[in-house]
Design a protein around this ligand. Structure first.
Ligand code: MG
Length: 159
């Protein structure tokens, strides 16, 4: 069995009045990630990790942020499309691990729901998906709840 690893990273500004959708679920929060799509930085980072592992074009190339088709689109569509390309390239997901860095929303209460949501999109069991939240310790540009940064790593296995 051949294995390949990929990394993804994404940052989105959090704005008042936006739904807070991360990892494919809606979190109760007064701000949400701004973006051309629904702004789901978690799914965007995972999308780039699986595409990168398969040696495919990145999310910005496949889904340009000036394309009307992806305006306000659910990022689940982007990840599902990426997974079709990954399968066409002869791979399936082994596991993914994700770090969500933000001063809010709190991630811990929603970890289980997020893992299930992501696992369904990746066609793996929830135990093949790990998600953890990290605060910024009040430091840097993301402190004060103004944004969310996400890092994801994905392992692919040949089908
Ligand atoms: Mg993004």
């Amino acid at each position: 069995m051949k294995q390949r690893i990929g990394i993804g990273f994404d940052v989105h500004r959090l704005e008042q009045g936006r739904r807070c959708i991360l990892g494919g679920i809606e979190l109760p929060h007064d701000r949400g990630p701004a973006g051309h799509s629904d702004g789901d930085a978690v799914l965007h980072a995972i999308t780039d990790a699986v595409l990168g592992a398969a040696g495919l074009d990145d999310i910005g190339t496949l889904y340009p942020d000036d394309a009307p088709e992806w305006k306000d689109a659910s990022s689940k569509r982007l990840l599902r499309g990426a997974m079709e390309r990954v399968a066409d390239a002869g791979y399936r997901v082994g596991n993914v691990d994700v770090v969500i860095a933000t001063e809010g929303p709190r991630i811990a209460p929603y970890r289980a729901a997020m893992r299930e949501s992501i696992a369904e999109l990746l066609a793996v069991e929830p135990d093949a998906v790990n998600v953890k939240g990290k605060t910024l310790e009040g430091l840097g540009a993301l402190a004060g709840g103004t944004g969310v940064a996400v890092q994801a790593v994905a392992l692919l296995e040949s089908i």
